[in-house]
Write a protein that binds this ligand. Sequence first.
Ligand SMILES: *Cc1c(COP(=O)(O)O)cnc(C)c1O
Length: 523
Amino acid sequence: MSAVNAAGWRPEMGPAQHPDHEASALVTASGDRGLMLEEPLIFELGRPGSTGVDIDPASRAPSSALAKFRRKAAPALPGLTEPETVRHYTRLSRQNYGIDLGPFPLGSCTMKHNPRLNEKVARMPGFADLHPLAPQQTVRGALEVINELAHWLIELTGMHGVAMTPKAGAHGELCGVLCIKAALQARGEDRRVMLVPESAHGTNPATAAFAGFAIENIPATAEGRVDLAALKARLGPDVAGVMITNPNTCGLFERDLKVISEAVHAAGGYVYCDGANFNAIVGKVRPGDLGVDAMHINLHKTFSTPHGGGGPGSGPVVLSEALSPYGPLPYTARTADGIVHLVEEEDAAAMGHAESFGRMAAFHGQMGMFTRALTYILSHGADGLRQVAEDAVLNANYVLRSLDNVLDAPFGASGPCMHEALFSDDNLPEGFSTLDIAKGLIDEGFHPMTVYFPLVVHGAMLIEPTETESKAGLDRFIGSMRRLAERAKASDASLKTAPHFAPRRRLDETQAARKPVLSWQGA
Ligand SMILES: *Cc1c(COP(=O)(O)O)cnc(C)c1O
């Protein structure tokens, strides 16, 4: 059995062993509770000799040359019939929480509704059935889509160029930082330090370190923004650049970004902007106007497209005029006769792109995400995209102001937030933590918010409703949050053991992380 369940109960143990047995006579023999279905591992379900297909016995013995490779024991495959297999995965899939089931208030993740129009377009055979090695003249439409999306990303950000190939936000960060490295090398300068604010997403310092830079932290001000004076004081000939998230991970707009850019440029460095939160400013602010040199856009956040649970991402990087020459290959360009083609290594020099740092991916990027993002952009239009940002900010402020009298909002006094509302555990009574509120949300039927991030706030709860939640939906969520805050305030001990209604009770997350049981036979 799997050891990650702290309660230690599995259906085969029977109701008498169930942790709720004393409290409730309503523990069923099957372990199922109405439509909430228990499901063992497929290996526990399977029986030797059972199978979903008929296989004829081998007609002849293996040749002697292969005999030494002959199995000594049967492979450890779970033996299930076809309907048992189908049911197993269907039952598991019902334990999944997704954006099509309810709100997904994970701050910093922009889990918004993915319009079905996106899916319709992405599934058109002319896009969905392409092979990345198909000859260029047979995939002109797909190249046109990549080029068109590239155009709109440049337009929306006010930048000079864009690298479409990075496959996620963090991959885009690496692309942008490698552009900065290549630009510094071209200047013959060996700058080793990347400045990263305290409130940065963890991927920022990780990316810069991976690219060989030393990371130095810039503190935050009391109102949750980059400390401009501290940043200016640290600039110098060893600083390659700065990585700043805007809006930042406290859900606040970095008002000083333009001044920061000017100071960093004057000191010979480059400005990387983490654009994962572009959803809050799309159609309102162009990062290019703020002096940004490189910024990734998480197509899977700002421009919908499914993500989470391992779904694909896409992280194109828009580049300033200074960094564009170093961007990766391949990229799309329109020839004089109006045809979009791919610029690869053999024609990079002729296209004036000989200084490219190399490649980020074997092919052209995440085609399925490109079609979805372009569909989203074109179906929203300029006014629709602007409204996305406005409604995302409005919804977050509605959450902030609906909860700031029951939870501590550390930067609430400094004015409105952007796309996400940040709370701390300051108002929770002794013995109650952010984790208790998050686990209580599971009982309420919601995916928890982002917890314990950003680190600049104690016991952070970061809530990003996105623009796609209605007021009625927000009111329901707010009602649950208020109830949980009140239960904590009343020192309701049952909150400390939530969730009570989920397929599994509270897990020992430390044990699960420190001593993961990765084999079904392991425990
Ligand atoms: C999501 C996110 C990232 C990383 O993006 P991935 O697509 O998950 O790699 C980086 N920075 C911030 C602020 C983010 O929210």
